[in-house]
Design a binder for this molecule. Structure first.
Ligand code: PMP
Length: 446
């Protein structure tokens, strides 16, 4: 099928690209069906969203029951039970004393919230000069202006440079492709030390926070830093009184085999952002977690100046609550860990057959690699080859949905690939996915 040329009347919708796709009809488990009867494996959970899989009856019934009672009640007019209960349950999953939850409707809104909480905390604690949020490149933290300001991908930010508050950034810890005589752990410390250098260059009194994904997502394709990275980052933030924000929008909600990506290292950040998997596609839901200690001065100063109309609405929260229950009942963390191991070794196997697959990495069901012209030097394919788009199209034609991007970071471009099926996937379904993936690489190679 030529996916560029589906014959349908002109659409009034407009999205990022003009690519036309078939109309989706229904979905269940890890599969989608289109109206023309084709079946697709959701090899990326959309953009790493549908963690508990499609068509979950428990979630659907819970949402129906909530709709029969009340779908929307504005948070300034009424409190609601699903929001209270979901906040209580999420707080129990957060590390340390991060037991205050602020609801939003998506990942970008969660990141905006974190940036604004950090800034208001600085003002409320008599540190008004602190406003800069250091980030990393490549990175992705959202499409709204504030979140784009901390996003390290020139392809996405360049056009908006006049509107975005330019934030300082350090390189993401891509230690797996460094060619030096250091051990991985030494590299981890070296990457973390770049944060201290950046803080000193900017002036510590001007920096309020550092934002990072504990396990990288869209920009770095499941980048797992060396173990030594995490304690050193925490140490540096503490030394200069800077808040550590973990963006767990993609790595959270059991995606990597633990509830949070940072749980693999017992991380204790000051703010955590969540979205994607916590609504698992059943509702537009996001959240920010912080400690009472951080939130109190802001509330005492007159309130957190931030909020969205749909935040914490009963319907979205009832979905979030049912998703959390299903995640536990279905053992999503354990299954993500076990199936992730299978998928990762399969990709490692494929990398021996196809040398353009390099740097296989990841945890749980967030598995990634780079697609390169030279697996030793990680030299990228020329942009004109559009390798990422070709792979997406080839796999799509074979009924497998993948997530592959070309990232610009601070200038150097690289194609990457993420494999991230729903966390309920079975070993047989992994086998089916890997078989189509192998055929797709085969076609890409020719
Ligand atoms: N942060 C991270 C780490 C993300 O991966 C994304 C989405 N890819 C966002 C923020 C933005 O989320 P949304 O698209 O829901 O606004």
């Amino acid at each position: 099928m030529n996916i560029q040329a589906t014959e349908r009347p002109a659409s009034h919708l407009f999205y990022v690209t003009r690519l036309r796709r078939p109309l989706v009809d229904r979905a269940e488990g890890i599969y989608f069906w289109t109206e023309d009867g084709r079946r697709f494996i959701d090899g990326s959970s959309g953009p790493m969203v549908s963690n508990i899989g499609h068509g979950n009856r428990h979630v659907i019934e819970a949402m129906k029951r909530q709709m029969d009672k009340v779908s929307f009640a504005y948070r300034l007019h009424f409190e609601n039970e699903p929001a209270e209960e979901l906040a209580r349950r999420l707080a129990g999953k957060m590390p340390g004393d991060l037991d205050r939850i602020f609801f939003v409707s998506g990942g970008s809104e969660a990141v905006e919230s974190a940036i604004k909480l950090a800034r208001q905390w600085a003002v409320a604690t008599s540190q008004p000069k602190r406003w800069k949020v250091i980030s990393r490149f490549p990175s992705y933290h959202g499409g709204t202006m504030g979140a784009l300001g901390v996003t390290g991908d020139l392809a996405l930010t360049e056009t908006f440079a006049p509107q975005i508050q330019p934030m300082p950034a350090i390189p993401a810890p891509t230690a797996y492709r460094d060619r030096d005589n250091l051990t991985m752990e030494q590299r981890g410390v070296r990457y973390a030390d770049m944060l201290e250098e950046k803080i000193l260059a900017e002036g510590p009194e001007s920096v309020v926070a550092f934002i990072m994904e504990p396990i990288g997502g869209a920009a770095t394709a499941a980048l797992v830093p060396p173990d030594s990275y995490f304690p050193r980052i925490r140490e540096i933030c503490d030394k200069y009184g800077i808040l550590l924000i973990h963006d767990e929008v993609m790595s959270g909600a059991a995606r990597t085999g633990r509830y949070l990506g940072g749980d693999h290292w017992n991380c204790k950040p000051d703010i955590i952002t969540l979205s994607k998997g916590i609504g698992s596609g059943y509702a537009a839901l996001g959240a920010m977690a912080a400690s009472a200690k951080l939130v109190k001065p802001v509330l005492d100063m007159g309130g957190f100046q931030h909020g969205y109309t749909y935040a914490g609405n009963p319907l979205a929260c009832s979905a979030g609550l049912a998703v959390l229950e299903e995640m536990e009942r279905l053992g999503c963390e354990a299954n993500a860990a076990a199936m992730g191991d299978l998928l990762k070794s399969a990709l490692e196997g494929l990398s021996k057959r196809f040398p353009f697959i390099a740097g296989v990495r990841g945890k749980g069901l967030l598995i990634g690699c780079d697609l390169v012209a030279d697996p030793v030097t990680f030299e990228p394919f020329p942009k004109t080859q559009a390798t990422n788009q070709r792979l997406l199209d080839i796999a799509y034609d074979k009924g497998l949905i993948l997530y592959s991007r070309r990232i610009r970071g601070d200038g150097a471009e690289l194609d990457n690939l993420i494999l991230a099926p729903p966390l309920i996937i079975s070993a047989a379904e992994i086998g089916e996915m890997v078989s189509i993936l192998g055929d797709s690489f085969e076609q890409l190679a020719h």
